[in-house]
Design a protein around this ligand. Structure first.
Ligand SMILES: C[S@@+](CC[C@H](N)C(=O)[O-])C[C@H]1O[C@@H](n2cnc3c(N)ncnc32)[C@H](O)[C@@H]1O
Length: 204
């Protein structure tokens, strides 16, 4: 990872510290699938870090991560970037964990909203990410009030990304494209801009 992303010593230390805290917390709550623990760097850290490249294309403003869970990709984005970052997570124990990581790593530009995405007050995010949070229709429906037409949506998806995207286009419009994931050749990242609900036909 150090070679792949050429990060500073301080950044590297924070990533290692995060992995240590996350692994320790696994004794108390199920934050990542147990089966993925041996490949935690490739499956979770690099998988999240690859999103930075796309997020850099966004204008100035906050990065909002929906359903952050263990802090993926939210905490990784906060370690690798100085962009203000808001993680939204509804489960109390996970919110407490995320806050403890922010405090421990001194990520002063990051914060957690403890609640449902739908209940987050409206805002104009520059970037919205969501990893394993919800299928596209629910994802857009729950978070469109956090976006403007300039918002860059960076959405890592499984092997079904193209089908999911096709299915959502009857109800949602936007400029969409699909990028390959570098951690799994069959997975993809949906990049979207100018997302908005399509006007329903037949209404006057
Ligand atoms: C499958 S986990 C994925 C967590 C993390 N993004 C990852 O990739 O490991 C989905 C997370 O989204 C949270 N979540 C689901 N629906 C939510 C909602 N409407 N608002 C806020 N958080 C939600 C869950 O509590 C859970 O922590």
């Amino acid at each position: 990872m150090q070679a792949q992303f050429s990060v500073s010593r301080g950044t590297w230390d924070r990533l290692e510290r995060y992995v240590a805290i996350l692994t320790a917390e696994m004794e108390h709550q199920n934050l990542i699938a147990e089966s993925t623990r041996p490949q935690i760097w490739a499956r979770h850290i690099v998988d999240s870090a690859q999103l930075l490249k796309w997020a850099e294309e966004a204008g100035e403003g906050s990065w909002v991560d929906l359903g952050s869970g263990a802090g993926l990709p939210g905490i990784i984005a906060a370690i690798l970037s100085v962009r203000p970052l808001i993680m939204i997570e509804s489960r109390r124990k996970r919110v407490e964990f995320l806050q403890s990581v922010i405090d421990d790593l001194g990520l002063t530009h990051a914060r957690v909203f403890g609640g449902r995405v739908e209940n987050m007050p409206g805002m104009s995010a520059a970037v919205i990410s969501a990893r394993a949070y919800a299928p596209l229709p629910k994802l857009f429906q729950s978070a469109v009030h956090l976006s403007t037409e300039k918002t860059l949506w960076v959405l890592p998806k499984g092997r079904n990304a193209e089908n999911e995207l096709e299915a959502v286009q009857s109800a949602w419009q936007g400029v969409f494209h699909v990028e390959r994931s570098i951690t799994d050749a069959e997975s993809a990242i949906i990049i979207a801009r100018a997302v908005k609900a399509k006007a329903r036909k037949g209404r006057t």
